[in-house]
Design a binder for this molecule. Structure first.
Ligand code: 2RA
Length: 408
């Protein structure tokens, strides 16, 4: 006779360590190795924006092998300079020709710019890592979180998509659950910082704080309502299904990154009066039981994940503490008793939306490409850079599922 425990183990086993070093692929890539350790020519497109400036800073912090740094922006910003940690950098206009000789191009200039210029950059041999939503759901474009699915970079067509910030901090945790006890359903509510919208939103938030203190009316132009002292249950535009675009990004991007196209996910995305770091309340239904203790172990084993969880001392992840860090912080890990058999787990995830949520992951993808010898874009390998052949032979010239607007 088998015991209950044997029939339904309390916790399924799974990997307890997700290596800091990328795992090598067990597939034959067909990609031409490019094991260069030589300094690369790196372009940052959207260099005057909040994420673009963070990209420049992170390239320097991580000592990325930059030979030439080419900073690009719209014609309006060309000729200006960007100052990062005391060093001044000139800005040139982002045009197709400006990518000649570029090895890696980090884009954070909105969907319209990415749709127009990323294929041109790739056609000139650059590998584009794009932070907009333009290419993320195109089936032939890898959508990569560095510690979750770096293997998806294999055979990349010259454009690689960087996930949305709210997805980015969630999927490493979901990966740990997927690989140990299985994922059934995810409900996530986000509390997103103003910097996710960009510099104009930061300025508007600051202006509203000043207006409040001086008893003046609060002007709102970036958001439909004042963000100061408020919580707006709208991040990005509404879709026909009643969700916002941001909420649907969490659903569709998580499925793609985790290779779980049927995963049940629901999200409510809320903008909150915080400058930096997104917070998320997450409720997961697992396939097998998962205790909070085991969950903490699994989460802590993921590269770049840090546990902050001690109710006795009111210790849990805070936006203010996550800001400036590249880590993803998890706390408030507990059973969700609304799900039977110990298969419900709830937790709180916080991460700097500009760093791991955008710039750091883009640079980590670039590092991964170097490590694996996959820097060269498809064009440089004699392949189609973006008119990628689908399995049934049809060529796609336009990105599928590209967003109608320019947000990330
Ligand atoms: C935000 N989705 O609104 C953006 C940033 N990628 O926070």
């Amino acid at each position: 006779m088998t015991s209950d425990r044997e029939e339904r183990p309390e916790e399924a086993s799974g990997p307890l360590l997700y290596s800091r070093r990328a795992r090598t692929s067990d597939r034959d890539s067909g990609a031409v190795p490019d094991m260069t350790r030589q300094p690369l020519t790196v372009a940052v497109v959207g260099a005057t924006g909040v994420v673009g400036r963070t990209m420049i800073q992170i390239l320097a912090e991580r000592e990325f092998p930059v030979g030439e740094l080419r900073l690009m922006a719209s014609g309006r910003s060309a000729g200006r300079t960007v100052s990062i940690e005391g060093r001044s950098h000139d800005i040139v206009e982002a045009t197709g020709d400006a990518f000649d000789g570029v090895d890696i191009a980090l884009f954070s200039a909105g969907g319209d710019v990415s749709r127009e210029l990323a294929p041109q950059a790739a056609a000139r041999g650059a590998t584009v890592i794009d932070n907009s939503s333009a290419w993320r759901m195109e089936p032939t474009i890898p959508l990569v979180v560095s510690q979750v699915n770096p293997g998806d970079l294999e055979g990349h067509p010259g454009i690689i998509a960087n996930p949305n910030c709210s997805t980015m901090q969630l999927v490493p945790i979901l990966m740990a659950i997927r690989d140990s006890v299985g994922l059934e359903r995810v409900v996530v509510d986000t509390y997103q910082a103003v910097s996710g919208t960009g510099g104009d939103a930061i300025a508007e938030f600051e202006g509203q704080i000043r207006a409040h203190v001086s008893g003046q009316p609060k002007q709102a132009t970036v958001y439909p309502h004042p963000i100061a002292f408020n919580a707006l249950p709208q991040v990005d535009v509404f879709l026909d299904n009643g969700y916002t675009k941001e909420e649907w990004k969490v659903v569709s991007e998580s499925r793609k990154i985790l290779h779980l196209p049927e995963l049940r996910v629901s999200c409510t995305a809320v903008r909150v009066p915080v400058f930096v770091s997104h917070s998320e309340a997450v409720h997961v239904e697992t396939r097998e039981p998962l205790s909070p203790e085991r969950a903490r172990q699994l989460f802590a084993a993921v590269d770049g994940v840090v546990i902050r969880d001690d109710p006795a001392t009111s210790t849990y992840p805070l936006a203010s503490e996550a800001a400036g860090s590249d880590d993803i912080f998890v706390g408030r890990v507990r059973h969700d008793p609304s799900i039977e058999d110990g298969r419900g787990i709830a937790f709180w995830v916080v991460s700097d939306n500009l760093r791991k949520g955008a710039a750091t992951n883009a640079v980590q993808i670039a590092e991964e490409l170097i490590r694996r010898g996959w820097v060269k874009a498809a064009a440089a390998r004699g392949a189609q850079p973006y008119g990628v052949e689908r399995p049934h032979g049809e060529l796609v010239r336009e990105p599928v599922g590209a967003s109608a607007e320019g947000s990330a």
